[in-house]
Design a protein around this ligand. Sequence first.
Ligand SMILES: Nc1ncnc2c1ncn2[C@@H]1O[C@H](COP(=O)(O)OP(=O)(O)O)[C@@H](O)[C@H]1O
Ligand SMILES: [Mg+2]
Length: 255
Amino acid sequence: MKLAISGKGGAGKTTLTALLCLSFASEGKKVLAIDADPTANLAGTLNFPDPEKIIPVIAMSNLIEERTGAKPGTSGSVFKLNPKVDDIPEKYSYAHNGIKFMVLGAIRNASAGCACPENTFLKSLLQHLVLERDEVVIVDMEAGIEHLGRGTLAGIDALVIVVEPGRKSLDVAGRIFALAKQLGLKKICFVANKVRTQEDLAFIKKNLPEKQHLTGSLPYSEELLAIDRGMPLQTAFKSFSENVKAIINEVTGNQ
Ligand SMILES: Nc1ncnc2c1ncn2[C@@H]1O[C@H](COP(=O)(O)OP(=O)(O)O)[C@@H](O)[C@H]1O
Ligand SMILES: [Mg+2]
């Protein structure tokens, strides 16, 4: 199962990604969590000790040079377009509570599709993660998905768009949905987050793009908010494990 989580900044992508990882891991599945959002802190949310010591793949200049044949930061040089990456998750991921984890780091000039060794390396790595791994792979992404490329996106079983009850979040969701459809994503799901009232839920349902239906929801909760202040994710997970399982069942198609 390969899942990508997207949505407006602050909607709850990282929180949902972490809860999904915990839920899959609690069922004994091998989980590989990928932080692909330059502003994310998935490591902290997953309670990794010393998250600031985790080195993003993009910062591994020697490795990127060894694999692509060119120094990162140089453009216009000749480099390999399909560098070897299949040993990277084993060698360079971090592990905690049974969850493997990697931070990709910021892709330079992503929207311009910059052809430089480091972008090529990250793209090859993502493609490998999505197309060739047998773990559950969950990618915490930013709102933009255009830099991923069709090949990688085609391997994603479902894109989960997190929405909160607000106009801006739903506007962003609409743009992601349109792009994802255009790029041929197999399945696009919507999960409501920070829901306080029936009105919140009704507002989200009414404003989902193209009359899409809601896959699941998480309430607004002080426990989920407190994760950001260092409260162990496991504590909040206990309270919401049924919501998360229901979301997984819908997203993966198991009833
Ligand atoms: N259901 C929720 N209830 C309360 N606070 C939440 C909830 N989901 C997320 N948060 C809080 O909202 C903030 C943004 O969440 P985060 O998952 O980091 O969003 P994103 O990754 O989309 O930017 C964090 O402080 C987080 O603790
Ligand atoms: Mg985030």
